[in-house]
Design a protein around this ligand. Structure first.
Ligand code: HMG
Ligand code: MG
Length: 328
């Protein structure tokens, strides 16, 4: 066969010395990232039932809520009550987002043992999401991480808009790396790199992550994909090839961020687990029981809301009037 004209050169920036993982850690974010975007309020006992079904399915890391301002995310205003209602289960780690010291106080009061701080690689997004610049967010997190670590909590750090920002477009890899390094220096133990609005394609993932992994320990790196364009699984494949073995996903593919126009559903845990099992990679999750958990929450949302909120790309691709970054 003739060699095609202009055949693409292999990407020499990607290190080929990585081995695909045999097991994967899944961080289930459905009860937090999945529900935060749902407008109709879901009662605490239904959330608890959903979380228990996720744990029954074998999910060991479940982000259950956020200790953020209830004005910012009314759906998660019951965080304290919800966490207190969860029976401890051996081997199951519950976690929650915390944006500031006030959130940490509430988290400690609830008894939760794992928290996540959250910033981004774009200033416009952090301004929109948490009303701070990146620098201000890092300054705010420093005492939070410090105190949390002294209390013996596990601390994760999210870096949103690591590939594309709804306000600034394509994000370069250097600012992503800089934020990751600052978080690690602060004492954050796991980094979750977010394609918040689901615009990344596998080449974006390879380019950014191959660069980051020259400086960051792969064992501390998780990927957080949203599935706006149906490419989340392809992006997982690209990440696995780089040796990454921690993935965030949301049961039933629920999700989005109320402060990120264009953020649609997260990578579905159901699809992720099915895909990984098909590749011979272990997750410890029972697909049938997981389908029961996803079915429960989708049914509840459809009954309360009539609609599962997963529209995204239309907003990103032109229907949003982007506020100029300077006014954010
Ligand atoms: P602010 O208005 O600048 O802060 O909000 P403030 O300190 O002036 O507080 C305003 C009010 O909120 C005050 O109450 C505070 O007491 C209260 P008031 O005096 O008006 O009655 N407050 C709190 N209440 C409870 N718990 C708290 C808390 N903090 C303040 N922790 C703030 C700044 C950061 C608080 C706010 O913007 C906020 O909570 N934002 C959260 C936004 C959010 O949750 N976004 C979604 C999560 S990020 C995401 O989805 C992306 C991710 O999935 C990864 C990816 O996809 O890339 C993680
Ligand atoms: Mg998210």
């Amino acid at each position: 066969m003739d060699t095609p004209v202009n055949a693409a050169e292999p990407d020499k920036t990607v290190k080929a010395n990585t081995v695909k993982p045999k097991t994967v850690k899944i961080v289930e974010v459905g009860p937090r990232d999945g529900l935060q975007n749902e407008k109709a309020l879901i009662d605490t006992s239904t959330k608890r039932q959903f979380i228990e079904k996720l744990a029954d399915a074998g999910l060991k890391f479940i982000e259950v809520t956020s200790f953020v301002s209830p004005k910012a995310v009314p759906q998660l205003a019951d965080a304290l009550e919800l966490v207190r209602s969860l029976p401890p289960r051996e081997g199951v780690h519950y976690s929650a987002l915390v944006p500031n010291l006030k959130g940490l106080e509430r988290a400690l009061e609830s008894g939760i043992r794992e928290i996540a701080v959250f910033t981004a690689a774009s200033n416009s997004f952090t301004q929109n999401n948490i009303n701070m610049t990146i620098e201000e967010s890092l300054a705010a997190f420093s005492p939070v991480v410090d105190r949390a670590r002294r209390e013996g909590l596990f601390v994760r750090g999210y870096i949103s808009t690591a590939f594309y920002c709804p306000f600034e477009g394509k994000i370069e890899k250097e600012p992503v790396l800089a934020v990751c390094q600052r978080l690690l220096e602060m004492g954050v133990q796991e980094l979750s790199i977010g394609d918040t609005i689901g615009q990344a394609v596998p080449d974006d993932v390879r380019a950014t992550m191959a660069h980051l992994l020259q400086f960051l320990p792969v064992s501390q790196v998780a990927m957080h994909f949203h599935d706006t364009n149906g490419l989340a699984i392809e992006n997982v494949m690209a990440s696995l090839d780089l040796g990454i073995s921690i993935f965030d996903s949301s049961a039933g593919g629920l999700g989005g961020c109320p402060y990120a126009p264009g953020a649609s559903g997260n990578l579905s845990t159901d699809a992720l687990v099915h895909f990984l099992h098909g590749q011979g990679i272990q997750t410890g999750v029972d697909e049938i029981k997981l389908a029961e958990a996803s079915g429960l929450i989708r049914q509840v949302i459809q009954q309360t809301d009539g609609l599962v909120e997963d529209i995204g790309n239309l907003e990103y691709l032109g229907q949003v009037t982007y506020p100029p970054a300077s006014t954010l």
